[in-house]
Design a protein around this ligand. Structure first.
Ligand code: 16G
Length: 251
């Protein structure tokens, strides 16, 4: 596969390469990653020399289309949807994106029934030999990677695991096990190289690490999920109100 580089009369070849690369980036080529392909690959694709390619890349960096991270490579500045997430509502990723007019999708990283890890057993309150359904997913909004989620659910709440489709919460609700309350904690972290690659950002990029435990109305623990949200794509918003006694004292 090659990319057509058309030089206008009097136009320098490297400027035509700038136009070709910009056009490809805008129309979604390289969309699944933020990392620009290696020089060798691009030279073959564009049928130009390394010197020409480097000049073109330097211009695209100066224009802000690309940026360079030392030791990691050249990256595309992509307009990722930025999402404001109220931190006090128990919603699912699918609902959150739908409410914002974005289309949620997922790429599955892991799915199966396993014995719980000691952490899962403690968090979910299950016995070490009870089984849990584990679902690891890369979550996308309008095709842009937003988060990695690794969920564990005791299998008694999901007897038919193959019926779990796009939304875990929809599958739980369909079986009569809708999560009604949750506890969540979040902290800042840096992404390891594998997770950074999945999210299409440079290694060591910042992320929000979130642990959620969700409960059923009867208090049973239905979900323990660890998530890594791209720090450049998410704002968590909290509503702050006075506590009831303080409100009374104000009157
Ligand atoms: C949210 C939850 C996650 C839950 C998922 C279900 C956070 C931090 N996490 O992303 O715990 O498993 O929604 O989404 O909000 P789904 O129903 O679309 O699969």
């Amino acid at each position: 596969m090659t990319l057509t580089v058309e030089t206008a009369p009097g136009q320098k070849l490297y400027r035509a390469v700038v136009d070709a690369l910009r056009r490809e980036i805008e129309t979604g080529r390289f969309a699944e990653t933020q990392l620009l392909p290696a020089e060798r690959v691009l030279c073959e694709l564009l049928e130009v020399s390394r010197t020409t390619l480097r000049k073109a890349i330097a211009d695209l960096i100066a224009e802000g289309v690309l940026f360079h991270r030392h030791g990691a490579g050249t990256f595309i500045h992509r307009a990722t949807p930025r999402v404001e997430q109220p931190s006090s509502r128990l919603t699912s990723f699918t609902e959150d994106m739908r409410l914002r007019g974005l289309v949620a999708s997922s790429r599955e990283l892991e799915r199966g029934v396993f014995l719980p890890t000691p952490e899962e057993a403690m968090m979910l309150g299950v016995r070490p030999n009870d089984r849990v359904f584990r679902l690891g997913r890369l979550r996308l909004a309008d095709g842009s990677p937003m988060a990695i989620e690794r969920a564990a659910v005791p299998i008694r709440f999901l007897p038919e695991q193959d019926k779990v489709g796009d939304s875990l919460y929809e599958a739980l609700s369909a079986g009569g096990f809708k999560p009604t309350r949750g506890l969540q904690r979040l902290r800042a972290t840096l992404l390891d190289p594998a997770d950074a690659k999945l999210l299409g950002v440079a290694p060591d990029s910042p992320a929000l690490y979130i642990q959620r435990i969700a409960y059923l109305a009867d208090g049973a623990c239905v979900e323990f999920t660890k998530s890594w949200y791209r720090a450049d794509a998410y704002d968590f918003v909290s509503e702050l109100t006075l506590s009831p006694p303080a409100r009374k004292a104000q009157r």
